[in-house]
Design a protein around this ligand. Structure first.
Ligand SMILES: NC(=O)c1ccc[n+]([C@@H]2O[C@H](COP(=O)([O-])OP(=O)(O)OC[C@H]3O[C@@H](n4cnc5c(N)ncnc54)[C@H](O)[C@@H]3O)[C@@H](O)[C@H]2O)c1
Length: 248
């Protein structure tokens, strides 16, 4: 199926994990997609383009608002507009609330919450000027609802993403911009891999009635559904993608 022929897609955080799969699947279905992400090691935009010709990667650091503005301006110019934005960039900083420092709190909130806000703002401005509506999908987390021991800043930042999603849906609905969040449970990506043990994976898997963790495709499939015409009447919602780990 080519549901997204001629659709212009920006995936923030599409250089890794879930966002990478989302970008790939949009391209597979005909979209033109640009990824905004931190540079990978020594890789430049050109070398990324060589290895992944269909997926342009532009440098963007969500902590730096000027970098976000420049990256969106470049993406918009290259694509000729923006129809779909996916915010998948995020960081997880583990540590108890008692040990949480102002610096760690600021970093997690800047990337996960403030970064999502300004990415949405740039995309929405483009969509409003185009006058053709659009779709924004924010990747939040189950932690927005369930919290998370030793993940206080992360959980708060993801709850902020859910709140921003609702506010944006209310403010931009008149422009036919739909804004929704996905709340994944556990997905095996680079996120958290340094502290994740085989025992953790076994324990977390049992939390799902389906007995397994999520995959990037589980999240990507839902993101594409939301951006498609089948999702046309959905906005302001936060959908669990947890294999039933939470049901509220
Ligand atoms: N993996 C999970 O279990 C899980 C669960 C729930 C929610 N999520 C959320 O899904 C999203 C994707 O996570 P993932 O599992 O693919 O993780 P990941 O670490 O594989 O990918 C995250 C991406 O965000 C980018 N990024 C980080 N800081 C950035 C910054 N300052 N500026 C620009 N880009 C930045 C990284 O470079 C990376 O490409 C995140 O928002 C995460 O919080 C993940």
């Amino acid at each position: 199926m080519m549901r997204f022929a001629s659709t212009r897609v920006v995936v923030v955080g599409g250089g890794g994990g879930i966002g990478s799969r989302i970008a790939e699947r949009f391209i597979d279905e005909g979209a033109r997609a640009i990824v905004l992400d931190l540079p990978r090691g020594d890789s430049s935009r050109e070398s990324d383009a060589e290895t992944e010709p269909a997926r342009r990667i532009l440098h963007c650091d969500l902590v730096d608002v000027a970098s976000v503005e420049a990256a969106f301006a470049a993406a918009r110019a290259e694509l000729g507009g923006i129809d779909v934005l996916v915010n998948s960039a995020g960081i997880l900083a583990r540590g108890s609330l008692l040990d949480l420092t102002p610096e760690r709190w600021d970093l997690v909130m800047d990337v996960n919450a403030r970064g999502t806000l300004f990415a949405m703002q740039h995309a929405a401005r483009a969509m409003i000027e185009q006058g053709t509506g659009g779709t924004i999908v924010n990747i939040a987390s189950m932690a927005a609802k369930a919290g998370g021991a030793d993940e206080g800043a992360y959980a708060a930042s993801k709850a902020a993403v859910v709140g921003l999603t609702r506010a944006a849906a209310l403010e931009w609905g008149e422009h036919q911009i739909r804004v929704n969040s996905l709340l994944p449970g556990y997905v095996l990506t680079d996120m958290g891999k340094d502290t994740r043990t085989d025992e953790d994976v076994a324990t977390w898997s049992k939390k799902s009635p389906l007995g397994r963790l999520g995959t990037p495709d589980d999240v990507a499939g839902f993101a594409l559904f939301l951006a498609s015409t089948d999702g046309e009447y959905l906005t302001g919602q936060s959908f669990n993608v947890t294999g039933g780990m939470i049901m509220h």
